[in-house]
Design a binder for this molecule. Structure first.
Ligand SMILES: C[S@@+](CC[C@H](N)C(=O)[O-])C[C@H]1O[C@@H](n2cnc3c(N)ncnc32)[C@H](O)[C@@H]1O
Length: 247
């Protein structure tokens, strides 16, 4: 069973595309005439010119909205596509789940005619700048340490890539890991946590003491005092990175 057959049950509710992040992905895809989306999930950020979505989880596939691009149940490591099948291949917030990263990236390069676009995060920046994992649930960061892909490794596997920061808007619609950096109360909501694999896979028992400390700090006003600077910011770079490789 694919991991997202369990994790993905509420994905369609908490993980909707954010238009500002969509605009960055669209700009990265630029003039690609057709796109393949690998690790496509429910289809977030898929442009209309997507010719195929590749996704291993039945639960995620079932949540793709009507009218989405055709989808196939398969993994990045073995794409059911011919060489040079589309101008661009994109893989968004997925490479950390792959069982064989090198094989998956080789497949993206084989199938893309011109460009590969990857959205991922830099774990060192994330650990240092994201208060939730730094101050309350370091166990979640420790879990991510085991699967986060170093950006330098990705760039090397891609044979070079431009790397740009993707700051997270304070009201980010897509509920991924750091989406609620300025809305701390959200992390106390089990449905929000269920849509964030770093938290869902760390487990509720392990998170409980840190979340209780966060609840206390919110009730006492300590969180606000400590993070007054953050509350004045509209967006925050917590390490999300867009990689664009021209082949
Ligand atoms: C966090 S979700 C991201 C989904 C979508 N790209 C998005 O941005 O909303 C990660 C996705 O990667 C998929 N995945 C896991 N292992 C994979 C693999 N080996 N090849 C391709 N996709 C995989 C999961 O099933 C899940 O749908």
């Amino acid at each position: 069973m694919a991991i997202y057959d369990t994790l993905g049950v509420t994905y369609g509710r908490t993980r909707r595309p954010d238009p500002r992040i969509a605009a960055r992905i669209e700009a990265a895809l630029a003039d690609a005439a057709d796109v393949v989306n690998v690790g496509a999930g429910t289809g977030s950020y898929e442009p209309a010119r997507t010719v195929l979505a590749v996704e291993p989880s039945r639960v995620m596939l079932a949540q793709r909205p009507p009218g989405s691009a055709p989808a196939v149940r398969a993994v990045a490591e073995r794409l059911p596509l011919r060489d040079d099948a589309a101008d661009a291949v994109m893989a968004l917030l997925t490479v950390h789940h792959w069982s064989d990263l090198a094989a998956g990236i080789a497949e993206l390069r084989r199938v893309a005619r011109r460009r590969v676009v990857i959205l991922t995060w830099d774990q060192e920046v994330f650990r240092e700048r994201f208060w939730l994992v730094r101050d309350y649930v370091p166990q979640a960061a420790a879990f991510d340490d085991t699967r986060a892909v170093p950006v330098g490794r990705l760039v090397a596997l891609l044979g070079g890539a431009r790397v740009t920061a993707v700051p997270v808007p304070h009201d980010c619609i897509d509920g991924f890991g750091a989406a609620y950096w300025r809305r701390p109360r959200a992390y106390l909501d089990p449905e929000v946590r269920a849509g964030i694999s770093m938290l869902a896979q760390t487990g509720e028992d392990v998170l409980a003491p840190g979340l209780a400390a966060l609840a206390d700090d919110l009730a006492s006003g300590r969180w606000r005092e400590r993070h007054a600077g953050l509350l004045a910011q509209d967006s925050l770079d917590v390490g999300y990175r867009l990689l664009v490789a021209d082949l």
